[in-house]
Design a protein around this ligand. Sequence first.
Ligand code: ADP
Length: 163
Amino acid sequence: MTKVLYPGSFDPMTKGHMNIIEQASELFDEVIIAILQNPSKKTGLFTLEERMEIIEKLYQKRNNIRVISGSGAAVDVALLHECKAIIRGLRSLSDYDYEVQLQQINKEVSNNQINTICLFADKEYQFVSSSVVKEINNLDKDISRYVDPIVQERMMVKKRGKM
Ligand code: ADP
């Protein structure tokens, strides 16, 4: 049985992330989505608990997709859950430069146990990012093309709470 880890901030989860998860779930026996606190992205929209609740709801009917959260390094989480590889999504050259460095470090610190597999979102989701979704939502524009209705609803509630 081949398990893979898909780590990220998912603040919020977009249709780009969901497209990568869908592809990974067809390739591997189990996909573990790891919601990790990214120290360089301190100002989050949703707390880890809120993200967990949202993503669990999105995948509650899928028995080969699991959701976990934590604050450690993705490579340690992958080892702990006996994953064969880390899944990352590639959008641009800047993503590529960063991922090349990250995969090398992850291989080294795990003594070659954790490899990285990069997938590409389908073209309609290639350029969707959590930060752009947050910006568009703040401008009161429609985000339904970029996020699931469950995420859209939670973003609306969050925004109303801040007004
Ligand atoms: P991180 O803080 O680790 O970058 P993100 O939640 O922003 O976390 O993204 C998690 C992973 O999903 C990263 O590998 C990122 O490149 C990928 N990703 C995000 N959006 C897309 C998209 N639209 N298409 C392909 N990959 C994506």
